[in-house]
Each structure stands twice: as C-alpha cells, then as structure tokens.
Design a protein around this ligand. Structure first.
Ligand code: HMG
Ligand code: MG
Length: 303
C-alpha cells in the first residue's frame, strides 16, 4: 500500500469551526488561535470568511482578524468568500488564497440558495477571474459530497460534475467535503475517485466532518488513495455540544495522531496543537472534541 510520505493539513478551525459558535468570540481570541496554529507549524490556515454578517455574524470581524494575525512567511492564510463583495474584502485583507464552495446535491442547492448547482458555481466566475488577475490562489469545496440532509444519498457522478464546473472556473484545488459527516470509507473513496477523474492527485483534499465518528476512518481511506491534503479543525471546533446534530470537522489532533502513527510527516508539532485545542476549548467553556488531544493532555497532566 502506498500511503503518502508527507501530508498537508489545513487547519480550518478559525473559520469552519468558529463560524458555528453562537456565543460572541472576541477578535483577540481569534487572532491568538491563528497565531498559535502558525506557531505549531501549519503551512496553511483558513482564518475567516468574508460573508454577509446577516448570515454569519461570528465572521464579521474578518478584516480585523486578518490585519492582526502574525504572518509567517510561506504560510498560506486563506479566507472563504461567497461573492465579489467577499472577494474585495479578501483582497484588501491580503489573503493568500480564497475558498469558494458549491454543493454536490441539487436538492441542497435548491433548498439552501434557491438555484441550481450550475448557477451557484457560475456566480463564482467573476470572483475566480478577479482572483486570478490578482494572483490569489483559489481552492474549491464540494459540499454535501457524501450525503445531503434533503435528498440523502449523493452519487459520485454528482461530485465529479461539480469538480468539472470548478475546474472550468479555474479553481486550482478542490476539497471533497462531507458537510454532514455521514460518509464511510468506501463511499469516501468512491467520491474521491470521481474527483480524481477530473483533478490530479496533489490537487484534491479531504474535508471530513466527524458527526458520526467516521472522520479518522475516512481520512485513512483517503490516504489509501494517496490523498495528501486534509482540512481539519483544532479541538474538533464546529457544531455545538448543546445543539442537535453538532457537526465539527474531524479534530486536527486526532488526524495528527493517526499520521504520526503511520510515520507520515506533516511538519506540525502535535503537542502544540493539543495545547491550543485545550486552550480554545477552555475559552469556549467546554471539553475539546478531540479524543487523541484529550488523551495526550490527560497523560501530560498526570505526569
Ligand atoms: P443574500 O442575503 O441573498 O445577499 O445572501 P444579498 O446580496 O441580498 O445581500 C444581503 C446583505 O448582505 C447586503 O447588505 C449585502 O451588502 C451584504 P444590506 O444591503 O442588506 O445591508 N453582503 C455582504 N456583506 C459582507 N460580505 C459579503 C456580503 N455579501 C452580501 N461577502 C450571500 C447571499 C451569499 C451573501 C449569503 O448567503 C452569504 O454570505 N452566505 C455565506 C454563508 C456561509 O458563510 N456559510 C458557511 C460557509 S460554507 C461551509 O461552511 C461549508 C464548507 O466548510 C465545506 C463543507 O463542509 O461542506 C466550505
Ligand atoms: Mg466544512
């Protein structure tokens, strides 16, 4: 079996994680979270989003957060954008990369944003043109690639279809996102293989939410295909313990523990990530959703 020798982890906790938090979080905390992740050795961090504050108030301070983070040369600081207004924010904030998103489920697209998948992707065309002109990298997220809250099953050809639309827009890298965390390893492999018919291996990443506890298993399934890039979230940030159906990303700590056990290099200091996960969970007033992170922290506290 040819597992990759090196893997890139994008910590998306500051964006995909914190965007779900109902309690207001100070910009100071967001900045410290990103700085701690930089210090832990991540080569890419998804910092914030430039979306409508009417939709996601928690990310309304994206400009301030981007201005105050301590940037390490070579690290990619990315932001999620939904439209041209968001792109202008990203450009002014000197984002290294933008993230655009589209769903693989027609039902989700219709119910959520009242338009077809093709129309929703088409709205990103001016954004992608502007990003290319400005020399900003573009990453795409294919949401609901493993299942949809409205239509249930999502078949691999539907995932390949979105990948083709994204490639046509000029998106350089795509993430196969299990938004509601329902995927299991063979289904994850089928979805990834569909995308690998469109994008080359180094241009495809896995973005798994851990709702059903499959995040680490799905990561391993992707590794078996040679996938070497994953979005994860420190402390499993995302979703709320008090909300039904909480759906955080798979915890960075858990994925790093898996990779360390497989002798796969990431360049990231697991102990620093564990400390960061424990710190941010304390700030949010709860226990981290990171099995390996909590175990490592408990062991350290006992010695
Ligand atoms: P809309 O309400 O239809 O848009 O939302 P609108 O054009 O009518 O604008 C409404 C108001 O928002 C206006 O303000 C705009 O100026 C403002 P008003 O005139 O009423 O005062 N506005 C903005 N403000 C700041 N930044 C902007 C922006 N755009 C409009 N960029 C819209 C349409 C797309 C804007 C909205 O639906 C939106 O912002 N959606 C984003 C929601 C979001 O962030 N979702 C989570 C990210 S996706 C995700 O997490 C999945 C992923 O992790 C992968 C996975 O796991 O699947 C990526
Ligand atoms: Mg997500």
């Amino acid at each position: 079996m040819n597992l990759p020798a090196r893997v890139q982890i994008v910590d998306v906790g500051p964006r995909d994680g914190l965007q779900n938090e109902k309690q207001p979080i100070a910009a100071d905390v967001k900045v410290e979270l990103v700085d701690r992740l930089t210090d832990a050795g991540f080569a890419a961090i998804e910092v914030t989003s430039f979306v409508s504050p009417k939709w996601v108030l928690q990310m309304a301070d994206g400009t301030e957060v981007m201005a105050r983070i301590r940037r390490k040369p070579g690290v990619v600081y990315s932001v999620l954008v939904p439209n041209m207004k968001g792109f202008e924010g990203a450009l002014a904030a000197r984002a290294d990369e933008i993230v655009i998103f589209g769903a693989a489920s027609e039902a989700f697209s219709q119910r959520n944003i009242n338009c077809s998948i093709a129309e929703s992707i088409e709205r990103f065309r001016p954004v992608c043109d502007a990003a290319r002109a400005a020399g900003i990298a573009i990453r795409g997220a294919i949401s609901c690639a493993l299942g949809c809250p409205y239509q249930g099953e999502v078949e691999p050809p539907a995932v390949a279809y979105v990948a083709r639309l994204m490639k046509e827009l000029g998106t350089q890298h795509v993430g196969v996102a299990d938004t509601i965390g329902v995927g299991t390893p063979h289904k994850v492999q089928a979805a990834l293989e569909a995308v690998l018919g469109v994008y080359e291996l180094p241009k495809v990443s896995g973005h798994f939410h851990d709702t059903y506890g499959m995040g680490v298993a799905n990561t391993y399934a992707a590794l078996e295909l040679g996938i070497a890039s994953f979005d994860t979230s420190v402390a499993g940030l995302g979703g709320c313990p008090y909300a039904k159906g909480a759906t955080g990303n798979v915890a960075t700590e858990d994925v790093l523990y898996l990779l360390r056990g497989l002798d796969i290099d990431t360049g990231i200091d697991l102990d620093k990530v564990v400390a960061t996960g424990q710190w941010i969970s304390g700030v949010l007033g709860r226990r981290a959703f990171a099995r390996a992170g909590n175990a490592i922290a408990a062991k350290a506290a006992a010695t």
